[in-house]
Design a protein. Sequence first.
Length: 208
Amino acid sequence: MPRISTDEFRRVPLRVHDVLAGVPLHDVWAVDLPRVRSGITLDEFVRAAGALPLTPSPVVRALLGIRFVVGGLLGWDRESDAPDRDPDAPDRDPDAPVRDSFAARLTAADRSRSRAPAGTHAGPFRVVYRFENEQLLELMNRTAHAAALSALVAAPETYRFYFAVYVQRVGRLTPIYMALIDPVRKLIVYPSLLRSVRTAWDRTFGDA
């Protein structure tokens, strides 16, 4: 399942481009899905599939389990209770995590439009917003302040499912941590998750 260029992704009309303006886009992936009929939304897909479209395989679940065990032992997954502050401020301790949720960037219209309140738990993540065709989740801990964007966009002959990852540095550990997990993330985890999207789509809409 291919990674795509960030330039291509930024041309897609999505709310995330404004909400996460200034937050580094780490990478973005896409998978094309059969256009079995018109009018399918991400919200419909998720509800009809009965779960999140990104479903980890047994191998990915095992890798995530190892990661959470290691993170628990090393204290990586504790959310910060530090005061809000600018992560780029010159007097900031580079090891101090940032607490600000990306939900603070939402407008009143965004909050009204969202189908789940900001802060709702979704596994290890929290919802920033959940629109009809776009969902943004975030994870804040001592390794990074990360966000995962899922979106479904209709094209003339297909639907395209986008999965984008944003990573905001919270301290010295962030670039080291991302460098360590990137090979597994890019070679195993995300390709597997995107294959699960196609499998869920075929199972849900295959007879449409």
